[in-house]
Design a protein around this ligand. Structure first.
Ligand SMILES: [Zn+2]
Length: 505
C-alpha cells in the first residue's frame, strides 16, 4: 500500500507513515478540529505544539464561501495536510443539511483537501435498529455514488463505517467495506458514550470493526479526543483520531489530564508542565478574560493529547503497549471496565502482534492482568502446541522456575540432560529448560502475588491437561510461590493423573 506504510507493530497498534499531498502524517495521529471561521488557538500555535495535520469541516467552509471554490490551504494559511469532514455530523445534530453528497464531495475535491469524506449519515445513539440500518445503507449508496468523482483524484478518500451502537451493523458495514476502493475507513463513534466516559462500549465497537475491516488500510476513529482512552483504541488498531474536544472542553472551563477531566475551578494546582501550566497558576488562569482563558486551556488540552500519543508510540516501539494499558487501567474505574473488554480481544491483537520484536525490552509481568498480555498468551500457546505435545504420555518431572537463568538453577542443572524435565512458572506456565535463555523466558521482570496462586495455577493446570502425562512429580522449594502452586496442582490433578509433590532440600 504505497500511501500507508506501517513500520512498527505492537498488539493491533502500529506506527505508520500516511502519505498525503501536503506531507507525511506519522500515525497514530490525532487531527485537531479547526474551525474555519473562528479558530482558537491560532494555527501556527497548534503547529508549534507538534501537530502537522488538521481536520476542518467542508460543509462549514462551503457555507461560509457560499459554494465558491477557494483553496482550503490558502484560506487557513496552512501548508500541511488537511482532512475535511463532510458535514455528516451536522446532519446528526441539526437535522438535514442543505447540501447533497455529490456537491460536497466535488467541493472537497476542488478546494484541495488532502483527505476527504463522503456525506455519510452518522447513526448516533437515538436511532432504532431499523433507522440505523437505513442510515448504513444510505451511507453505502453515497459511497458508490461518489466513486466516479473521486476515482481520478490523488487525494485520499474516507469511507465511514456506520452502524454504532449496534454491533451487528458495525460488523455488516466492516465486511461490506472490502468491496470499495476507499483509502481510509472511519469508524463513526457515538460521541454521547464518550461524553459519559462510557469507554467500554466504544472499545467493543471498535474491536468489532477492526475484526472485519481490511487490515492493511488505516482506521480513523471519529470524535475520540481524550487522552484517557487513546492508547486503548490504538491497541485495537485505531490509526487516526480527530477531536474538537480540546477546544469544546476549554470553552467549558475543563482541563484534561491523562486520567480524567477537571474543572479549572476545582484545581488548586496545575499538574502539568506544558508551556501554559509552567507559566500560570490555576488561580491566574481563572482570573483571565474568557477569550484568553479558553485559548490557554485549549493549548494545554492539545498538549496533553499530544503527550498521550507520544507515550503510546513509545510503548509500541518498546513492545510494551499491553503493559501501558495495564498501567492506565488502574487510573480510573471506567478505564478498568474498558480494559476488561479488551481482554476479550486477545486473538484480534495477536493476529497483528509480532511474537518478538527483536528489541532488548523486557516484558513486565506485574500482576494477574499480565496473564492476558497477548504476547505472553501467544508464547504459551505456541510452546504448548509446538513443543510440549511431544511430551504426551510420559512421566514428567516439573521443576519451579525460580531464578534466572532457569536452566542453571541448582536443582535442575544436573538433570537437564534427562528427557522428561519441564519447568513451571506462574506467568510463563510450563516450558522446557532449553527455552530458558530466549524471549520472554529470560527477558522479563516479574512481581508474583501469592494471593492469586489459584489464578496462576488455573492456566498451568490447563496446560498439563493438554500434555496428558501418565504421571507427574512436582518439585517445590519451601516458602516460595512454588510451594503454593505445587499444593494447588496436587489437589486439582490427583483425581485425573498420578501426581506427587516433593520438596527440594
Ligand atoms: Zn498543561
Amino acid at each position: 500500500m504505497e500511501y500507508f506504510d506501517p513500520r512498527e507493530y505492537d498488539l493491533a497498534g502500529r506506527i505508520a507513515r500516511l502519505k498525503t499531498r501536503h506531507g507525511v502524517i506519522e500515525t497514530p495521529y490525532l487531527f485537531p478540529v479547526i474551525d474555519p471561521t473562528r479558530q482558537q488557538p491560532p494555527l501556527d500555535t497548534v503547529r508549534k505544539l507538534g501537530f502537522n495535520a488538521v481536520i476542518t469541516n467542508a460543509y462549514l467552509f462551503y457555507k461560509r464561501n457560499r459554494g465558491r471554490v477557494k483553496s482550503v490551504h490558502e484560506s487557513l494559511n496552512w501548508k500541511y495536510p488537511i482532512m475535511a469532514d463532510s458535514g455528516g455530523y451536522q446532519v446528526l445534530i441539526y437535522g438535514d443539511v442543505e447540501i447533497d453528497n455529490t456537491t460536497i464531495v466535488n467541493y472537497e475535491k476542488k478546494i484541495g483537501v488532502d483527505i476527504g469524506v463522503i456525506l455519510d449519515i452518522p447513526t448516533g445513539t437515538r436511532m432504532t435498529f431499523q433507522e440505523a440500518w437505513k442510515a448504513v445503507q444510505t451511507t453505502f449508496d453515497r459511497a458508490v455514488e461518489a466513486l466516479p468523482i473521486i476515482m481520478d483524484s490523488d487525494q485520499l478518500w474516507v469511507l465511514p463505517i456506520q452502524g454504532a451502537p449496534y454491533k451487528e451493523l458495525v460488523k455488516y458495514s466492516s465486511i461490506r467495506a472490502w468491496r470499495y476502493p476507499y483509502h481510509i475507513h472511519a469508524f463513526g463513534s457515538p460521541t454521547v458514550f464518550l461524553e459519559k466516559y462510557d469507554y467500554s462500549k466504544i472499545v467493543e465497537l471498535v474491536a468489532t470493526a477492526k475484526l472485519y475491516l481490511p487490515p492493511h488500510k488505516p482506521l480513523h476513529i471519529f470524535g475520540v479526543g481524550h487522552p484517557m482512552i487513546l492508547p486503548f483504541l490504538v491497541a485495537l488498531g485505531g490509526d487516526l483520531f480527530d477531536s474538537a474536544s480540546y477546544i469544546l472542553y476549554a470553552r467549558d472551563n475543563r482541563y484534561m489530564t491523562e486520567t480524567g477531566t477537571k474543572r479549572i475551578d476545582e484545581l488548586s494546582y496545575l499538574p502539568c508542565n506544558c508551556p501554559v501550566c509552567s507559566k500560570y497558576t490555576a488561580e491566574e488562569i481563572r482570573k483571565l478574560p474568557s477569550k484568553e482563558r479558553v485559548k490557554l486551556l485549549g493549548l494545554h488540552n492539545l498538549y496533553v493529547l499530544r503527550k498521550e500519543l507520544l507515550k503510546t508510540k513509545q510503548a509500541i516501539k518498546e513492545g510494551r503497549l499491553w503493559e501501558y494499558l495495564e498501567y492506565k487501567s488502574k487510573a480510573h474505574p471506567t478505564l478498568r471496565k474498558a480494559f476488561e473488554i479488551i481482554k476479550k480481544y486477545i486473538n484480534l491483537m495477536n493476529k497483528y502482534n509480532p511474537l518478538t520484536k527483536g528489541s532488548p525490552y523486557a516484558m513486565f509481568l506485574i500482576n494477574v492482568d499480565s496473564l492476558y498480555n497477548p504476547r505472553l498468551v501467544n508464547t504459551r500457546y505456541s510452546t504448548l502446541n509446538n513443543i510440549l505435545t511431544s511430551y504426551k504420555g510420559r512421566r514428567l518431572g516439573l521443576y519451579p522456575a525460580l531464578y534466572k537463568p532457569y536452566n542453571q538453577q541448582e536443582w535442575i542443572s544436573n538433570k537437564i540432560s534427562k528427557a522428561n524435565i519441564l519447568l513451571y512458572h506462574p506467568y510463563l506456565g510450563i516450558f522446557p529448560p532449553e527455552l530458558s535463555n530466549t524471549y520472554p523466558y529470560f527477558q522479563h521482570e516479574e512481581s508474583i502475588d501469592t494471593e492469586f496462586m489459584d489464578k496462576y495455577s488455573e492456566k498451568i493446570i490447563s496446560e498439563i491437561s493438554n500434555i496428558k502425562p501418565v504421571a507427574i512429580t512436582i518439585y517445590y522449594v519451601r516458602n516460595t510461590w512454588s510451594e503454593h502452586i505445587a499444593r494447588i496442582l496436587e489437589g486439582k490433578l490427583k483425581r485425573v493423573i498420578d501426581v506427587k509433590i516433593v520438596e527440594i532440600t
